[in-house]
Write a protein that binds this ligand. Structure first.
Ligand SMILES: [Zn+2]
Length: 177
């Protein structure tokens, strides 16, 4: 696991000082200007102004960033890796079924489950979404339970917040029966 590194490590976009939705042309422009300001020959002449302890490695970082972002295919792959690493990073908390608030819709059998996010909005999932994931939501009075239909090895579900980028992990206790 290198999730901790991912949160600290600069992205290739940071290194080129370019937005993540930048066009290929913009990336090329930023790469060229990053090269101009960080070329080892240049930096050695201005060591007092340099922000970088190691001009050679900064230069290599820029080259690597360009090799990945300058190519549409490798950029798309890299974007996907970034998204995956971020999704795992922003799971805010772990909760259990008992922690969720329940709302039963009056005009359908859909049961909605809520948990308040720190932003004020809610993490939510409803029973039909759970069905699609292979979980059956059972209600007995006020008591909720989830039964996994077939994928018994799935032990948690990640719920997104309605407003912010936080997510929460709902842990599912399997019935031992
Ligand atoms: Zn939120």
């Amino acid at each position: 696991m290198q999730l901790d590194n991912n949160t600290i490590r600069q992205t290739h976009y940071n290194i080129l000082n370019v937005k993540e939705d930048a066009s290929q042309d913009e990336i090329r422009t930023h790469y060229k200007s990053a090269l101009l300001t960080s070329h080892p020959d240049k930096l050695l002449q201005h060591t007092t102004n340099s922000n970088y302890n190691d001009p050679q490695s900064k230069f290599l970082e820029i080259q690597t960033a360009w090799e990945i972002l300058g190519d549409v295919k490798s950029r798309a792959l890299y974007d996907m890796e970034l998204r995956v690493s971020r999704q795992e990073d922003i799971v805010a908390d772990e909760i259990e079924l008992d922690d969720l608030a329940v709302e039963v819709s009056s005009d359908s059998d859909v049961v909605e489950l809520f948990y308040q996010c720190r932003c004020g909005d809610y993490f939510s999932i409803d029973s039909s979404e759970l069905e699609e994931m292979g979980f059956q939501l059972l209600t007995e009075g006020n008591k909720l339970s989830l039964r996994a239909r077939d994928s018994a090895d799935v032990a948690s579900i990640v719920l997104p917040c309605g407003s912010c980028s936080l997510k929460i992990r709902l842990l599912i206790k399997q019935d031992t029966s």
